[in-house]
Design a protein around this ligand. Structure first.
Ligand code: ARG
Length: 705
């Protein structure tokens, strides 16, 4: 005996296969030899007793499986959760184990009668004590995990068992010293495998094959660098040796007939508490609530996915389902995470989805004073496009100037919260850090509305194999209708456009939209204006004849000639005034008093006198122009569109048209329900749009007549 480790075992005086409660027992009733079993057990006992202390619990007649002490309960420190066996065949063992635990001075927790949990057979501590792996699916009910987590004050990672031969977690999963893990991946569902892979780095995972698995190689007792098991293939022994482990084999075939081996025959009594609780205030867990059309909108599943993907785990404590289509649901979710960083990241994302702390847990937002202009503390909360409220002195305050990628500043006197950009932070500003006291409002559409507007979907056409022309047409119809309505009601529409609009022949159509009052602001870069003006003055776009589609001789100078002409006039507006510029998109803007803003780029052609080369000034100009917008059309310009997307709060409808699906996805990714992505040629889109508006006008005239 070399360590202070203790195990509990139970001599097999009354052992035999008496009934069938797992597939291994099938065909083995009364087929085991008591003599052989006793011999095998004795050898195992000796191997362990040479290396650790072994306590014994008195075997009881009539309870043959009592030898499998792993199922007595789960111990951590001086607390123990007593097993609640699923099968009546084993329930009679409970009082004997309870008595033993109590005699040892353990505090015993008992589960409610109908909530099975089979102790250390289904719950294995990470050998560093960082968390508890718990199985469910056959013997243990998932709901028990929450109570175990609470009683033992430890993070529980639930693993779903899929193969009935591996009905207890310890038959296919064995955490080893040094963070290693011996396991049989096919015994788990995909989700659980992902969780395992997230917590155990690849070099520490020792995945075994079926032949070893059915010899119960995972059902091993680990004492420091020794791994005691029924049998291991040479390959497995070699792999374990590589990781610094020595395998000690001891045949346990008589117990395999009942579905158990080395680990099942022992219970580790001295499970150490995590040496220094790295967590402030014990377990790192948070409970949040979500309300709304949770199922229709897929919000809950998104929330649960992001918790898992972020490296945490969850438990749904309460879910009340809105039964009618129009009624909302609510969910209470307990989130746990291994460390603060992971928790912060998860909480920030959950807040975006509209999750809120329980009323009794709500705290004021944490404020930190800025000491260096333009620089925030590392844990600043970064704002999103969703309407947000922050709690200041017990009161929820709506954040003003909502936009993405900002920080929230709270004014000292009366609580006013505003989104500010990092660069605008001044010394003395109070900014919000962490995620306490922050909530965001997600409008979650119900099924009927979501279906009616077909939002947030991408529509693919041209270039994709799916013929979805009809779907593009549907969106065009909807956009046309919106444009009409907004124009009639004095709404505001902005267009963000790239030079592709001109290359693809969309210039005339966009010009018409401006002329006819459908557009209230135009945002772009230097290029759209240059190409538009080149086309207006010389009939080419970057030297390509727009009617013939062929390069024109000397055409490469055209855009420079266009720029030069405007520079001579001093500005686009004066070029229009002087009759130098007589048509095109920018011409229409000037003529119809539609403000435009051209944010400069690195490309070294020009720039036009109107182009703003100071990007901070250009951004401010953009922000001013999109204020109060109802609809933004983003036409084939990735960076300018993303810029605008970040400045715009949720609730503003955005239609993003691009031939490149990646651009469309990027913008639709902001996750706001109001964004529509259309993968198509932008010139074509504009021509369909203009045609559709004509149709609406004709219908209007006809119905009036
Ligand atoms: N016959 C026992 C049962 O089915 C075997 C228990 C094995 N124990 C274990 N921890 N896997 O319950």
């Amino acid at each position: 005996m070399t360590s202070a480790l203790r195990f509990l075992m139970c001599a097999p005086h009354h052992y035999e296969v008496d009934y069938v409660i797992n597939p291994w027992m099938e065909g083995n009733i009364h087929r085991s030899s008591l003599e052989a079993a006793q011999e095998q057990w004795q050898s195992l006992y000796q191997i362990i007793a040479d290396r650790a202390n072994v306590d014994l619990v008195k075997p009881q007649p009539g309870w043959p499986d009592m030898v499998f002490t792993a199922n007595a309960g789960l111990i951590l420190g001086n607390r123990v959760v007593l097993s609640r066996f699923l099968h009546p065949e084993r329930q009679g063992e409970e009082p004997f184990f309870k008595e033993w635990f109590e005699a040892q001075g353990h505090q015993v927790f008992t589960l409610p009668p109908e909530l099975p949990f089979e102790g250390a057979g289904d719950a294995l501590l990470d050998r560093e004590g960082r968390w508890l792996w718990a199985g469910y699916g056959f013997r243990t009910e998932l709901d028990s995990h929450g109570l175990v987590a609470q009683w033992l004050n430890i993070e529980v990672l639930s693993l779903h068992l899929m193969d009935e031969r591996f009905y207890h977690l310890d038959t296919c999963f064995c955490p080893l010293t040094g963070g290693y893990l011996l396991y049989y991946p096919p015994a788990f569902d995909a989700y659980s495998n992902r969780l395992i892979e997230m917590r155990v780095p690849p070099e520490k995972r020792i995945a075994i094959d079926e032949p070893d698995a059915i010899n119960f190689a995972c059902n091993a007792v680990n004492v420091d660098r020794i791994v005691i098991m029924n049998q291991a293939s040479d390959e497995l022994k070699a792999r374990l040796a590589e990781a610094g482990f020595e395998v000690v084999e001891t045949p346990l075939t008589e117990f395999l007939k009942a579905g158990g081996a080395a680990k099942c025959l022992t219970l580790r009594v001295t499970e150490p508490l995590h040496p220094e609780p790295a967590r402030e205030g014990g377990l790192l867990a948070r409970t949040v609530t979500m309300t709304g059309h949770l199922l229709d909108s897929g919000l809950v599943s998104r929330a649960l996915d992001l918790i898992m993907e972020g490296g945490g785990s969850f438990q749904v404590l309460n879910f009340s389902l809105g039964e009618q289509r129009q009624s909302t649901s609510s969910a209470e979710i307990r989130v746990s995470a291994p460390d603060r960083e992971v928790m912060d990241e998860i909480m920030a994302q959950l807040i975006d989805l509209g999750a809120v702390a329980l009323p009794e847990d709500q705290q004021d937002a944490r404020l930190v004073t800025i000491t260096q202009a333009g620089v925030a503390p590392d844990d600043f909360y970064s704002s999103t496009i969703y309407p947000t409220e922050v709690r200041v002195r017990g009161q929820w305050v709506r954040v003003q100037g909502q936009r993405m990628d900002g920080v929230i500043v709270v004014s000292a006197s009366e609580p006013v919260a505003t989104c500010k950009l990092l660069r605008d932070l001044a010394v003395g500003d109070q900014v919000i850090v962490g995620y306490d006291g922050i909530r965001s409002v997600r409008s979650t559409k119900d099924r009927s509305r979501a279906a009616a507007t077909a939002t947030a979907e991408e529509f693919s056409f041209m270039g994709s194999g799916v013929s979805s022309e009809r779907r593009v047409e549907l969106i065009v119809e909807q956009v046309a209708w919106d444009l009409r309505r907004l124009r009639d009601q004095g709404g505001k529409v902005a267009v963000v456009a790239g030079p592709v609009v001109i290359h693809t022949g969309g210039g005339d159509h966009l010009g018409r939209l401006i002329r006819e009052g459908y557009v209230q602001a135009l945002l772009g870069g230097n290029a759209i204006a240059v190409h538009d003006i080149e086309q207006a003055m010389l009939g080419t776009s970057l030297g390509v004849d727009m009617k013939q589609g062929t390069s024109v001789r000397g055409g490469h100078r055209h855009h420079l000639r266009a720029i030069n002409s405007i520079r001579r006039c001093g500005s686009i507006a004066s070029a229009v005034e002087q009759g130098v510029l007589t048509r095109g998109v920018l011409y229409e803007c000037v003529k119809n008093n539609v403000p435009f803003s051209l944010a400069g780029s690195i490309r070294d052609d020009g720039p036009l006198p109107d182009t703003k080369m100071d990007l901070i000034a250009a951004q401010a100009d953009y922000a001013r122009l999109i204020e109060g917008c109802d609809l933004i059309l983003m036409l084939s310009t990735m960076l300018h569109a993303i810029g605008v997307g970040n400045m715009t709060p949720a609730g503003v409808k955005m239609v993003c048209v691009d031939i490149n699906p990646a651009v469309v996805t990027k913008l639709a990714d902001r996750g706001s329900l109001e964004s529509i992505g259309v993968v198509t040629d932008v010139g074509l889109f504009l021509s369909l749009l203009v045609k559709q508006l004509d149709r609406l006008t004709q219908r209007h005239i006809v119905s009036k007549a």
